[in-house]
Design a protein around this ligand. Structure first.
Ligand code: AMP
Ligand code: MG
Length: 354
């Protein structure tokens, strides 16, 4: 067990002296959790294989799940990859710094431990001022997966990180809530047609505006035969302890079906959680009802989702019914995380068909 130091910092008034201490720990091979605009990351010096190994240990992360390398300026990418294509330059200019991770062919400098033996490496330049400054001060690229125990919902505030990683890491930088609240989009640009391996903070529509056609990895639909190109996508993820089931269909049918399911489960003596929206939360009684946000503001839903999933644990929900939302723009990333949390268990709220 380690003694974890917690450093509080306002992202709008960065205390460089305090941050320099964390940067030094990173550089010397320690583990530092820090805020990014997507979720909190658990960082280690990407050029130090032993430090990288500690990330896998602290998270209990399967060793075949590669890590994303974070940089603070576009030029820092050069020594890490074999070449930077024209397409990569267009994307970096349009979306970096920001929630887009790009897949490149890796250079010799990237330890195989980071890429889980793959010849490609995932790279991102975060937007969050603390993340950027920390990487800049450390003067090394920083390997950082989400700062949660493997399998649990990703952390979107310092309390989540403390809950999962206290006494497992050297420093936790507490810097408020993450504005996006979902992980970055992972885009493979080594393919002829760019392929989204994980939907996230940058939408397919945004990518297509600058690139033309962009496709989704077929494995994202939960087809058990399809092997995802992003190794991490095959694992159960984001799961609260209670069993999650998604209910899909027209809004009114969803509400009715969830109310019926609630009664069924209560009759069995189970504690029911309902993941609702601002528009529907008043329609449910007696259950643990949490709203993800308004259907008119999918960004708010993205920002609240992981927090809500963790809240169900605190409230002791044994079975959770989640309303589905429309799978367009950021809704695609929200539904991807919900489907994974539910192990792709979806109930169709039939409704009346004429
Ligand atoms: P996390 O950092 O926990 O959000 O997870 C990183 C995600 O990026 C996982 O889903 C990984 O499988 C994916 N990833 C990292 N490196 C690669 C790579 N070289 N090729 C494909 N996917 C990758
Ligand atoms: Mg993760």
């Amino acid at each position: 067990m380690k003694k974890t130091k917690i450093i509080s910092m306002n992202p709008e008034h960065i205390d460089e002296k305090k941050l320099a201490e964390a940067a030094e720990v990173l550089k010397m091979g320690g583990l530092v959790a820090f805020p990014t605009e997507t979720v909190y990351g658990l960082g280690a010096n990407a050029l130090d294989e032993k430090a990288v190994e500690k990330i896998f240990q602290a998270k209990g992360r399967p060793s075949d799940n590669p890590l994303i390398v974070h940089i603070s300026e576009i030029e820092e990418i050069e020594p890490l990859v074999r070449n930077v294509s024209e397409r990569a330059r267009i994307l970096m200019k349009a979306f970096w710094p920001g929630p887009l991770t790009l897949i490149f062919e890796k250079s010799e400098r990237i330890p195989k431990r980071i890429t889980a033996g793959l010849d490609t490496v995932a790279i991102r330049m975060p937007l969050h001022p603390i993340a950027r400054k920390l990487i800049q001060l450390a003067q090394v690229p920083v390997a950082a997966p989400s700062a949660n125990l493997s399998g649990r919902p990703s952390p979107t505030c310092p309390e989540h990180v403390i809950e999962d990683l206290q006494e497992k890491v050297d420093i936790i930088i507490s810097g408020g809530n993450c504005s996006v609240g979902l992980e970055s989009t992972v885009l493979d640009i080594t393919e002829e047609i760019p392929m989204i391996l994980r939907p996230g903070g940058i939408t397919r529509e945004q990518l297509e505006d600058v690139l033309g056609l962009v496709v989704y990895d077929a494995a994202l639909k939960g087809d058990p035969q399809a092997v995802p190109k992003s190794p991490g996508m095959k694992y159960t993820h984001y799961s609260p302890r209670g069993e999650v089931q998604i209910v899909s269909g027209e809004l009114e049918d969803m509400v009715e079906t969830i109310r019926d399911l609630q009664k069924e489960k209560e009759a069995l003596g189970l504690k029911v959680g309902i993941l609702a929206t601002d528009e529907t939360k008043g329609r449910y009684q007696n259950a643990i009802v949490l709203s993800m946000g308004s259907r008119k503001n999918v960004a708010s839903i993205a920002a609240n989702l992981f927090s809500a999933l963790r809240r169900f644990d605190q409230e002791g929900a044994e079975v959770i019914f989640a309303e589905s939302i429309e799978e367009k723009s950021l809704g695609a990333a929200v539904m991807n995380r919900m489907l994974k949390a539910a192990g792709y268990h979806v109930i169709f709220a039939g409704g009346k068909k004429d």
